[in-house]
Every structure is written in C-alpha cells, then in structure tokens.
Write a protein that binds this ligand. Structure first.
Ligand code: SF4
Length: 63
C-alpha cells in the first residue's frame, strides 16, 4: 500500500482521528505519516481515513 497526502490538506485532522496509528499532524496541523507507517502498516482504517478527509487530500494505492 502506498499513501500520499497532497498539498490540498487543510489540517482538518480527520485522518489522524480516524487512523491514529498511521496519520498524525505536524506543528502546523497538516497531515503527515507516522515514521515507519508510510506503507499503512496493514491498518484497515487507512482507507476510512482517506474517505473521511473533507478535501480528498489522501490517496491510497495498492502496490
Ligand atoms: S483529513 Fe485531510 S485535510 Fe484533514 S489533516 Fe487529514 S489530509 Fe489534511
């Protein structure tokens, strides 16, 4: 799995709330991936987080 977060992120935080094992927010509130979780770590909530993002900033693709 490959996760990308594009620059349309507005820092709404839904991704970190939905899949806190993979997403976090940087000091400015923008989404980033937790170190070592760049591949989603098998977390089924990753796709839910992508759906929850209000600006569709998260893209999930399978390798
Ligand atoms: S839910 Fe979307 S807009 Fe909000 S922090 Fe995550 S990627 Fe950014």
């Amino acid at each position: 799995m490959r996760i990308t977060i594009n620059n349309s992120c507005i820092g709404a935080g839904q991704c970190a709330l939905t899949a806190p094992g993979v997403f976090t927010q940087d000091d400015d509130g923008y989404s980033e991936l937790l170190p070592g979780r760049e591949d989603g770590a098998g977390d089924p909530l990753v796709r839910e987080a992508a759906r929850a993002c209000p600006v569709q900033a998260i893209t999930v693709t399978d390798d």
